[in-house]
Design a protein around this ligand. Sequence first.
Ligand code: ZN
Length: 303
Amino acid sequence: MAACAPVLLIRSIMQVRLLLCAVLLLSPLAAQADDHKLTVVASFSIIADMARQVAGSDADITSIVPAATDAHAYEPTAQDAKKLTKADVILLNGLGFEGWFERLAAATGDKKTIFTLTKGIAPLMHGTTPDPHAWQDVSNAKIYVANIRDALIAKDPAYAAHFTQNAERYISELEALDAWAKTEIAKIPPAKRRAITSHDALGYFAKAYGLELIPAQGISTEGELSAAGLAHLIDQVRSEKVNAIFLENMSNPRLMQQLAEESGAKIGGEIYSDALSAATGDGTTYISLFRHNVSIITTALEK
Ligand code: ZN
């Protein structure tokens, strides 16, 4: 064994050299072909999809927090820091949503690459704390898209016409989505427009579309609901005749199931709150996510 080791070592050095030669030979070609492509890193899956709609095939877009994953409780990895250093454009939600980003941002240095997509939005306030879930109102999503368009143009002005055209098309799709959501929710009798959600992710949604959604947890998913908090919710469900409880695609459903069992309210289904669905789900884009949520909510509450 010991005698073989130097031979193996020499062999692997040669392989590495060959590999390096191949990379060096190929890389000028690869760089030429994709020269204009921007590297875009989004903080979470929903804004990564919006960026894909605006950039089309003219950017490589990745998300730090993957689909079907809770962005509030996310723990960034060394891989994420590496992604940021290579990014031309970093897209953040802002309003305190990415609590983990500050730690990671130290790795990037260049503040010019960071764009906050809630810029220009009037946030819903909980006392002095802004509610970050602004994308749950489609009229805000249109502002996100305009901010993404401007970020891409700032970094790649040669493609301005292309990004502008894509953003226009996407914004008109969002306008149709907004009108459809309003029509659908208007079909629910006003007295039935009341439900429980896992955490306070749908404040903008409730306000824009005329629903009362009572969150079991606050605007972050961090921290556990106390026994007293659960007992209070059970009372509220019974006394206010809330008939549906919605689960979320990124949180532990155990608590909500217990609430349903003890209060007698039914589980209305799973909504997509802070993340796109897994690839097998029906919320793999922002538009399909939103259509899914509106359908689940109207179906459960109309009954
Ligand atoms: Zn949230």
